[in-house]
Ligand binder design. Structure first.
Ligand code: FCB
Length: 494
């Protein structure tokens, strides 16, 4: 039975499934005319063609080619082969009434070693991709960096090396110059906290370093890079608008104590708005106990001016929430991570932010082990609206992993009821935030199709479309058909 159907029974659903949304809210939900229904992917997760047409090696190529790093010993060498199959994928988007496609550009396709003359074949690929999207009436939404740093730049010190801000701004300027006639929506970084913290702070993803100072330096370089890129994009393309694709999780204090409430605020500052505050106001938010450790960050006088570059709109993802508590200094250190940054540690992560952030399991868990909490998107969207003077908001990702595959007895149909349920309840909460005044103009489901889920390889399936990796066959899941109807109707009871 669907979770929301449970809601119409005599017992309110909330008593049965914590966090569940009543079916009346789903029936009433409406989205504005022109709302941009979309899906999202990332280059390394879908493109394949890892060494074709002059592409250089990325840190993800290096990582996945190292035995022992990825579940199932798989790589993104072929992934969904979207590099070649994009016309077919765009035809499927059109069939599902999609209006926006958030994809990322692979930096080492454009500059194989991260600097210097652009590779024409790489640029041509993205010209063809975006032309095909326009022909299908779909807005190309470009993420400039979704984690696949050219390996040569990691060999120069990676993101903790401040020089990368300049190299990155050059790369962004090249994209705007050559693709700015086709792309007007640019998001510099996907989840900057995640790739700096998990890549340099704890070493769960490439380049696999575990040093808090390296994380702080990487984060500061990324702040500078974000603003420098905004300026170089706008200098090269007058039509460009620049926003973000931050990962965010609403934070709730574990208890009502002042210490836990302050810890939840530090979580929000560090994990949700660190880069947003940097670009909007040229300063870092109160993420630390005491002053930010400027020296450790490599902060120089005048940097507050460099990192200031107000965004045209604010984009962020929502997957799940955190329950946050204060940590005693002696419990600092450690923290283990997997997938979409599930934190499974009872210790605080560092002596500076000094909080413990746990993912609760009060609501049901998806097959990736993430708690489903539809209300989180309402709390997050309304909080960001309040704190940043009601910006235009793009929801850049949200989704869930369930392993449903083709059912032979029903001619290969894929009845992924739990995914429909997930989106219905979450989108009802998003509609409520819009009804309460939030200026949300898009929603991008993660993902268009099943793909290579980073260190979890092919063990998770987030797609609205199923991919059989043996022959690249695409099959629209029931959730995909449902999402297509929602996109046409701007309502959820379809
Ligand atoms: C997000 C990432 C995206 C994908 C989803 C499941 O954290 O941005 O690439 O892995 O999680």
């Amino acid at each position: 039975m669907l979770r929301s159907e449970t809601a119409s029974a005599a017992q309110p659903a909330q008593n049965q499934i914590p966090g569940s949304i009543p079916s009346s809210a789903i029936q009433q939900a409406r989205f504005p005319d022109g709302f941009l229904w979309g899906t999202a992917t990332a280059a390394y997760q879908v493109e394949g063609a890892w060494n074709e047409d002059g592409k250089g090696e990325s840190i993800w190529d290096r990582f996945t080619h190292t035995i022992g790093k990825v579940k199932g010993n798989t790589t993104g060498d072929v992934a969904c082969d979207q590099y070649h199959l994009y016309p077919q994928d765009i035809a499927l988007m059109k069939r599902l009434n999609q209006k926006s496609y958030r994809f990322s550009i692979s930096w080492p396709r454009i500059q194989p070693t991260g600097t210097g003359t652009p590779n024409q074949k790489g640029l041509d690929h993205y010209k063809r991709l975006t032309d095909t999207l326009h022909e299908a009436g779909i807005r190309p939404f470009c993420t400039i960096y979704h984690w696949d740093l050219p390996q040569a730049l990691e060999d120069h010190g990676g993101w903790p090396n401040r020089d990368l801000a300049g190299y990155y701004a050059d790369y962004a300027g090249i994209l705007a110059k050559h693709l700015g006639d086709r792309i007007t929506i640019w998001a510099p970084f996907n989840m900057p906290w995640s790739f700096t913290y998990m890549g340099y702070g704890v070493g769960a993803v490439p380049p696999g370093r575990a040093n808090f100072g390296d994380f702080l330096k990487a984060a500061h370089t990324v702040s500078l890079a974000q603003a420098q890129a905004l300026r170089s994009i706008k200098a090269a393309s007058s039509k460009a608008t620049v926003g973000s694709a931050y990962g965010m999780a609403p934070a709730y204090p574990k208890t009502d104590s002042e210490a836990d409430r302050a810890a939840a605020d530090r979580y929000h500052a560090m994990n949700n708005v660190f880069f947003l505050e940097a670009t909007m106001h040229g300063r870092y938010p109160k993420a630390f106990v005491g002053e930010p450790p400027y020296e450790l960050m490599g902060f120089r006088p005048g940097d507050e001016k460099i990192m200031l570059a107000p965004l045209d709109w604010v984009g962020f993802h929502y997957y799940n929430r955190r329950i946050v508590s204060d940590a005693k200094p002696e419990r600092a250190g450690g923290g283990s991570f997997s997938g979409t940054e599930i934190e499974q540690s009872s210790t605080a992560r560092d002596p500076y932010t000094r909080f413990i952030a746990a993912m609760p399991a009060e609501g049901p868990l998806s097959e990736a082990g993430l708690e489903i909490w539809p209300r989180g998107i309402y709390d997050l969207v309304t909080r960001i609206s309040r704190e940043y003077e009601h910006p235009i908001i793009e929801i850049t990702e949200s989704g869930c992993s369930y392993l449903d595959g083709p059912y032979e007895r029903e001619n290969g149909r894929i009845p992924d009821t739990r995914r429909i349920e997930f989106f219905r309840e979450e989108l009802a909460e998003l509609a409520r935030a819009i009804a309460d005044g939030a200026r949300v103009r898009s929603f991008h489901a993660w993902s268009l199709l099943d793909n290579f889920e980073w260190a979890n390889g092919f063990t998770e399936r987030y797609g609205l479309i199923h991919v059989d990796y043996r022959d690249q066959k695409r099959t629209i899941k029931d959730s995909g058909h449902w999402y297509g109807k929602v996109a046409a109707a701007n309502r959820l009871d379809v």
